[in-house]
Write a protein that binds this ligand. Structure first.
Ligand SMILES: *[C@@H]1O[C@H](CO)[C@@H](O)[C@H](O)[C@H]1NC(C)=O
Ligand SMILES: *[C@@H]1O[C@H](CO)[C@@H](O)[C@H](O)[C@H]1NC(C)=O
Ligand SMILES: *[C@@H]1O[C@H](CO)[C@@H](O)[C@H](O)[C@H]1NC(C)=O
Ligand SMILES: *[C@@H]1O[C@H](CO)[C@@H](O)[C@H](O)[C@H]1NC(C)=O
Ligand SMILES: *[C@@H]1O[C@H](CO)[C@@H](O)[C@H](O)[C@H]1NC(C)=O
Ligand SMILES: *[C@@H]1O[C@H](CO)[C@@H](O)[C@H](O)[C@H]1NC(C)=O
Ligand SMILES: *[C@@H]1O[C@H](CO)[C@@H](O)[C@H](O)[C@H]1NC(C)=O
Ligand SMILES: *[C@@H]1O[C@H](CO)[C@@H](O)[C@H](O)[C@H]1NC(C)=O
Length: 512
């Protein structure tokens, strides 16, 4: 189709929508060379491996605004030129980026899906977009990031795709991880009528707790005036895995039962670590702050505010430090997204120094973020019974060694969903992935084709009681396959070759 024709049909399509001033920014056939893509983090593990390939597709960009919101949103829609499989997939973003995640779009196109992603009206990783020149918060852009532009993407994107193909969409999906996972849960919580299936992995739900809890390590280091070098943290991670690996009945380099792991951080005090040539002695203060990373934020009377980092997880995602000169002359790096959250969204002041937040300021910021923003972005509604009415299937996994988003927040969410409706697994299925990091990576087995499990559930009624997962292949090409099990079941080793999925069974507890 030439550009003029595309313009005409897009103008027609978006005139149906509830947005103002839509304009076709660009439409035409794009070609692109895909890199081989295997379980890339932010595609949400949504498709099987995509080989290196040259693809050509219809690339449509729609720019629109919401009347009186003064926003300008760029929506990207990529359509296979031939062989559309009748499915539309909306994809999410990461961090403070609404999207689009181009590899996720392009992989979808390769596999025959019509795909869409939106920028939500802002670009770039920095939070600067949220403040207007007046210093006031740009609420429309915030709501676009949290929910509105995501819903638009589905409404508008499907109209464009259906005009292009002169066919209606058979099935509508969401695929995302991290922020994309939170966005998927937002779709499930507020707009499930738009979707047949939603894949929403390692989700940044419980957004306000997440931002504050991610800051806890830096607050502890600041208050204790003790800043361990990262090599000390790594020594702790290694020692913890060594101590707790076998508690699940199999020594495989990962902790599958973090709840059984009680590692005493003081047990390493006095040991010497080789930090790139410098010997560093583990002190009592180091043991204290690392114990706090694991415990997670709490009030001085012991009341838990949120979860900590699971034992055996890399600490440096949230508790990073940087050392100069001697390996013990270290400063806090911490979690940059949380620091921006505090400066821009809570203090409304880009020059606010979030590195000097101590316990007292921390507790007030916690209250403030809940009061100001739960209604916009918390994404923690645990009553999902409407998914039954809208016939929407929701799936999620969370890596138990996720160094960026606390897996226990997602586990707790699922437990609460089941508490509201003991039959919630009829429409929402959650899977733990031991040893897996944020959206993928790590030593554990990662879902290899989770999106297809969702498609089979939606389209064939095959409800997944387990999903296939594989570790990243070693240099010699070998890898481990094992199933991930529908929570609360665990993937227990039952004997045989530990690299084969048949050596595991989904059951209530581990064999020890
Ligand atoms: C798709 O179109 C947009 C806007 O016209 C452009 O920025 C982008 O580079 C195109 N994508 C590809 C893969 O050609
Ligand atoms: C893609 O096209 C380029 C340029 O024609 C070519 O050099 C390359 O080998 C192609 N890649 C694949 C995977 O087909
Ligand atoms: C840091 O924590 C350790 C262990 O609790 C304690 O002995 C030390 O006094 C603390 N340091 C500061 C500055 O609070
Ligand atoms: C931790 O274990 C990894 C993997 O075995 C190893 O490369 C690293 O050197 C260890 N680090 C420390 C500080 O022991
Ligand atoms: C966190 O989740 C793991 C995995 O399900 C569980 O073993 C552990 O007990 C949980 N920890 C907390 C503090 O809830
Ligand atoms: C701890 O303090 C909080 C806030 O003041 C209060 O709500 C909670 O009940 C206290 N918990 C205990 C165990 O004293
Ligand atoms: C410690 O690091 C600071 C910068 O972070 C540097 O100015 C100082 O010289 C360093 N001190 C030593 C003893 O290396
Ligand atoms: C591949 O490498 C791993 C780790 O070094 C080793 O345990 C395994 O035996 C190797 N497998 C083959 C088939 O060479």
């Amino acid at each position: 189709m030439n550009s003029a024709l595309l313009s005409a049909f897009v103008a027609f399509a978006i005139s149906l929508a509830v947005v103002a001033s839509p304009a076709l920014e660009g439409a035409g056939v794009s070609t692109r060379t895909l890199k081989s893509l295997k379980k890339s983090a932010f595609d949400g593990n949504y498709l099987p491996a995509t080989p290196a390939a040259n693809i050509s597709f219809c690339n449509i960009t729609v720019i629109y605004t919401h009347q009186n919101w003064n926003d300008q949103i760029t929506l990207t829609i990529n359509l296979p030129l031939t062989g559309w499989n009748g499915r539309f997939v909306a994809t999410g973003g990461g961090g403070l980026i609404t999207g689009p995640t181009l590899p996720a779009l392009e992989a979808g196109v390769y596999h025959g899906y019509a795909t869409a992603g939106t920028d939500g009206g802002h670009a770039g990783f920095s939070a600067s977009w949220i403040l207007e020149e007046t210093g006031l918060l740009n609420y429309p852009l915030f709501v676009d990031f949290a929910s509105e532009s995501l819903k638009d993407m589905v409404v508008l994107g499907k109209q464009v795709a259906e005009s292009y193909y002169s066919e209606t969409t058979k099935y509508t999906y969401w695929a995302g991880c991290s922020t994309g996972g939170r966005q998927g849960h937002m779709m499930a919580q507020r707009y499930s009528d738009l979707f047949d299936g939603i894949l929403a992995n390692s989700p940044a739900i419980n957004w306000n707790e997440l931002q504050m809890a991610s800051m806890w390590p830096q607050v502890v280091m600041y208050e204790n005036q003790s800043v361990p070098p990262e090599c000390v943290m790594e020594a702790y991670t290694n020692a913890t895995i060594k101590a707790c690996d076998g508690l699940d009945g199999l020594v495989d380099g990962i902790i599958s039962a973090p709840g059984l792991c009680k590692f005493d951080t003081y047990s390493l005090v006095g040991q010497t670590i080789d930090c790139g040539g410098t010997e560093v002695k583990i002190t009592n203060d180091y043991a204290y702050v690392i114990e706090q990373f694991l415990q997670g934020p709490h009030l001085s009377n012991g009341t838990r505010l949120w979860y900590g980092v699971n034992p055996g997880t890399d600490f440096t995602g949230l508790a990073g430090t940087s050392c100069t000169g001697t390996a013990t002359n270290c400063t806090i790096v911490g979690a940059s997204l949380s620091q921006e959250w505090v400066s821009y969204f809570l203090e409304l002041n880009p020059s606010y120094n979030a590195m000097t937040v101590g316990y007292s300021a921390y507790n007030s910021l916690w209250t403030q973020t809940k009061q100001w923003y739960d209604w916009i972005i918390e994404t923690a509604n645990t009553d999902l019974r409407h998914l039954k009415q809208t016939n929407t299937k929701l799936m999620a996994f969370h890596g138990l060694a996720d160094p960026a988003i606390f897996p226990n927040g997602t586990i707790n969410f699922y437990q609460n969903v089941l508490a509201v409706d003991p039959h919630a697994a009829d429409y929402f299925r959650f899977f733990e992935a031991p040893g897996v990091q944020h959206c993928g990576g790590g030593n554990g087995a990662q879902p290899s084709n989770m999106f297809n499990s969702l498609v089979d559930w939606v389209e064939k009624g095959i409800a997944p009681s387990q999903i296939p997962a594989e570790t990243t292949p070693l240099a010699n090409g070998t890898y481990t396959s094992r199933p991930l099990c529908l929570y609360p079941l665990v993937s227990a080793y039952i004997g045989g070759d530990p690299t084969k999925a048949s050596s595991y069974r989904c059951q209530g507890s581990f064999n020890k």
